[in-house]
Design a protein around this ligand. Structure first.
Ligand code: ZN
Length: 389
């Protein structure tokens, strides 16, 4: 198998304390050997083994590819006007998610596929090598299954989110919509999905409805994750922990019991600062979660309505500025934290045996991701051992 030696790495984040200093397992003047799609060796540059190809990092920083564990990439249409009105202090009456649902239903398979491909490429250029992708803008049996079929062409991390909002056709009978989501729609979607998700929020699905959606998914072999406690306090986080969800996402409005439950569980608190940024809402308190001992992930929530960013570096910078995270904690959350939220042990770290997903920065340290916000620092990305062009 072909081997590549990346040497002259000024500062390397391995995310394994056994390989370097601190929780990030930091090494200076380091090297990495890639073999096929895996990491074969990590250590001091002076002791690196020979390889077929040598790449000189010239003092730049390297870190694991970002793991974006929460994104909504299968959609059509545009909500620029809604964003502009919101940011200009003007009321806007169009239907939010339902606007995107109408455009998505009307789009061709090829257009939806091209949209996902474009966003995955855009994220990759910014260092994201693993991305999760949800359905949730179809809200019919056919359109949800189509969204997941398309998503599965781009990532194995596909999530059934038929319970995003109640479909407009069921506005007067939400119970019938939950029956659809837990019945025929689930049957059509389960073959293309790894995860089941629900938007547990006032105006979307209440605790009992969310429980029905998640337990139905579990019976079909899907693993739960939950949109929880975003817009107000609700039962989402407690439900996520009770059902052993991989992740409770948003976690903006938490009481002490929610924080304690997350800290005592394997459920990751996935924070999505792009959503608060784009809606001028209060940011989640990452400091409180970290101090309590919870595992925190950072993700983009990339979607056309409330967070149209694919940039993990942007989320890192905001999390450091607004959410009480140190740069080390934010970088860890955007890599190893995301991997935990997807229950993956092969991504999110750079140690022998891990996937060869590696990012080089035009900077001497990963701290520059927060220190130099908005600057395109990602200078090279390997995904599965392949240098991306
Ligand atoms: Zn979301």
């Amino acid at each position: 198998m072909d081997t590549t030696l990346i040497t002259g790495i000024g500062s390397l984040v391995t995310n394994d304390p056994a390989h370097g200093t601190g929780p990030l397992g930091l090494l200076t003047d380091a090297a990495v050997v890639l073999e096929g799609d895996r990491i074969a060796w990590v250590g001091p540059a002076g002791r690196a083994p020979a390889a077929d190809t040598v790449y000189d990092a010239d003092g730049r920083a390297a870190l694991p590819g970002f793991v974006d564990s929460h994104a909504h990439l299968v959609f059509a249409g545009d909500r620029t006007a809604e964003f502009n009105a919101r940011m200009s202090g003007r009321p806007y009456s169009a239907g939010g998610i339902r606007t995107t649902v109408a455009a998505t239903r009307a789009a061709s398979d090829a257009d939806l596929d091209a949209g996902v491909a474009r966003l995955v490429r855009e994220a990759l250029r910014q260092g994201t090598t693993t991305v999760e992708c949800k359905s949730g803008y179809g809200l019919t049996v056919e359109d949800e299954a189509r969204a997941l079929r398309i998503a599965a062409r781009h990532t194995p991390e596909t999530t059934y989110l038929g319970a995003h909002v109640v479909a407009p056709e069921y506005a007067d009978d939400p119970a019938a919509y939950v029956d659809l989501v837990t019945g025929p729609m689930l049957d059509a979607c389960a073959p293309y999905a790894r995860w089941v998700d629900v938007f547990c929020e006032r105006g979307a699905f209440d605790g009992d409805q969310a429980r029905a959606v998640l337990t139905a998914g579990v019976r079909r072999g899907l693993v739960p994750r939950v949109h929880a406690n975003q817009l107000g306090h609700g039962p989402g986080v407690q439900l996520a922990v009770e059902l052993g969800a991989a992740s409770a996402d948003h976690c903006t409005h938490l009481d002490d019991a929610d924080v304690a439950a997350l800290a005592a569980s394997d459920t990751v608190a996935t924070l999505l600062p792009g959503a608060e940024f784009s809606t001028r809402a209060r940011y989640p308190d990452a400091r409180r979660l970290l101090d309590a001992g919870a595992t925190v992930a950072l993700s983009t929530d990339c979607n056309p309505g409330s967070s149209f960013t694919s940039s993990m570096p942007f989320c890192i910078a905001v999390a450091v500025r607004e959410m009480g995270m140190s740069p080390d904690e934010a970088v860890y959350a955007a890599t190893a934290g995301g991997a935990r939220a997807l229950r993956r042990t092969d991504v999110g770290g750079l140690t022998p045996g891990a996937r060869a997903d590696l990012v080089l920065l035009d900077a001497p340290s990963h701290i520059h991701l927060a220190y130099r916000p908005g600057v395109p620092l990602v200078s090279a990305v390997w995904r599965g051992g392949v240098l991306q062009g």
